[in-house]
Design a protein. Structure first.
Length: 108
């Protein structure tokens, strides 16, 4: 078994604080949290058939879909999905105005 090395954790708080001052890191963390919320708002039958892919300017979230049928079904539920997203968006201080469903972005 390898030797366990201990380290001094003094000063770690200041390192974390300085990292959180980086706006790009804040944005990446917020988007990751938002993407993780996708399964919470999605109807059960679509949970393994779609996932967030990216964000476009103007608050448009691109959702990768398994096939065009899933993309069409989700686009019919777009307003409901955006409404379910609102509580999560307010806590993350993000703005998603629209969802774009794209079957070409799907990777198994």
């Amino acid at each position: 078994m390898g030797k366990v090395l201990y380290t001094d954790f003094e000063g770690v708080d200041s390192i974390i604080e300085s990292m959180m001052d980086n706006p790009m890191l804040k944005k990446a963390i917020a988007r990751t949290n938002l993407f993780n919320m996708w399964d919470k708002i999605l109807p059960e039958k679509f949970k393994h058939k779609s996932r967030p892919f990216s964000m476009l300017p103007g608050g448009i979230m691109v959702i990768a879909c398994e096939n065009p049928v899933v993309a069409q079904e989700l686009s019919l539920r777009k307003i409901m999905l955006i409404q379910k997203f609102k509580p999560y968006l307010s806590t993350l201080k993000m703005n998603v105005k629209d969802l774009k469903f794209d079957s070409k972005k799907w990777q198994a």
